[in-house]
Ligand binder design. Structure first.
Ligand code: NAP
Length: 295
């Protein structure tokens, strides 16, 4: 079997076009412009790239974008003061604090200080809890992107056996929670594996849909999956450098052996990756509509 490639680039492009139209409509009909602010502390090169991409995508779609670059020695008090100001700013619907923060700052305290209504990352305990009880305002971006990849590829999620490898708060737990809800695009039977799981292959071999977010290349190999499985590889691992200094990336799945048995699989790069920023934009539009009392 040759697996269909699930292109996050293409699906992301579709969603961005839908958002572009929606944003234009909000401006025209309601004079409403969604606003997103990014806060970066320090000059970590990878974080600078991520923040730059978020800023560029916002502007491209017609979202008002603001960026605060703070020095690495910013104090907790100053950062909290900025968050408080942004919480009160009506132009701003979404606040994104780029992680990781420098070690002397408390990430938890900063994330908890964001008004849950502006928490477009979906990491605030209020939003985590709302997802848990099936009444989410915002889905965390990477898991929301995974669900969209499945829905828009026409994968049957209702009734499927879903196995998630990894239980982090940003990927594993929320995607498991999303797909087990009694809701459209969900209603699956979900198993979560982690380093305490006795026999991972026992579980992965039963999966109709396998989602791997372990942070380790080749966590899942071809002998660990059944024919016809749909595989979402969340991993981004640098496995080398090209001669001209570009990073060589691999996922958490052994693509070459798994693609021989899978019905469909996401590539790395170009699978889950492009969806994350797109879902951040979608959450920002949602936040603007919620703030304006629009359905
Ligand atoms: P993480 O916080 O390191 O969590 C990894 C999880 O995988 C942990 O729960 C760990 O179990 C489990 N695990 C590790 N090795 C395992 C193994 N051999 N078998 C079973 N479970 C194993 O990672 P994360 O933040 O969720 O990220 C996972 C991957 O996704 C990374 O490669 C990351 O770069 C990527 N990622 C991509 C995006 C994107 O936008 N494309 C976004 C976020 C993350 P324990 O809990 O027992 O330690």
């Amino acid at each position: 079997m040759t697996a269909q490639l699930i292109s996050g680039n293409e699906i992301s492009k579709q969603i961005r076009e839908e958002l572009r139209q929606e944003i234009a409509g909000l401006k025209e009909k309601h004079n409403l412009v969604p606003g997103l602010v990014t806060v970066l502390v320090g000059a970590d090169p990878a974080s600078q790239v991520y923040v730059g991409q978020k800023e560029k995508t916002s502007k491209d779609l017609g979202i008002y974008s603001e960026r605060h670059d703070l020095p690495a020695n910013t104090t907790q008090a100053d950062l909290l003061k900025l968050i408080d100001k942004l919480n009160k700013d009506p132009k701003i619907n979404g606040i994104l604090v780029q992680l990781p923060l420098p070690k002397h700052l408390s990430e938890a305290e900063v994330l908890y200080a964001i008004n849950p209504k502006k928490d477009v990352d979906g990491f605030h305990p209020v939003n985590v809890g709302k997802l848990m009880i099936g009444e989410p305002d915002y889905l965390p971006c990477t898991p929301a992107g995974i669900q969209q990849l499945l829905i828009r590829t026409g994968v049957k999620i209702d009734g499927a056996e879903v196995v998630v490898v990894g239980r982090s708060n940003i990927v594993g737990k929320p995607i498991a929670n999303i797909l087990l809800q009694k809701a459209p695009g969900a209603n699956a039977t979900v198993t979560i594996c982690h380093t305490g799981t006795k026999d991972i292959a026992f579980h992965t071999k039963r999966a109709d849909i396998l989602i791997v977010a372990s942070g380790r290349p080749k966590t899942v190999t071809g002998d660990m999956v059944k024919e016809g499985v749909v595989v979402i590889d969340v991993g981004v691992n640098q496995v080398g450098m090209t001669k001209d200094g570009k990073r060589i990336l691999a996922g958490d799945v052994d693509f070459d052996t798994v693609k021989e048995k899978a019905k469909a699989i996401t590539p790395v790069p170009g699978g889950v990756g492009p969806m994350t920023i797109t879902m951040l934009m979608l959450n920002t539009v949602k936040a603007a509509k919620l703030a304006a009392g629009l359905p």
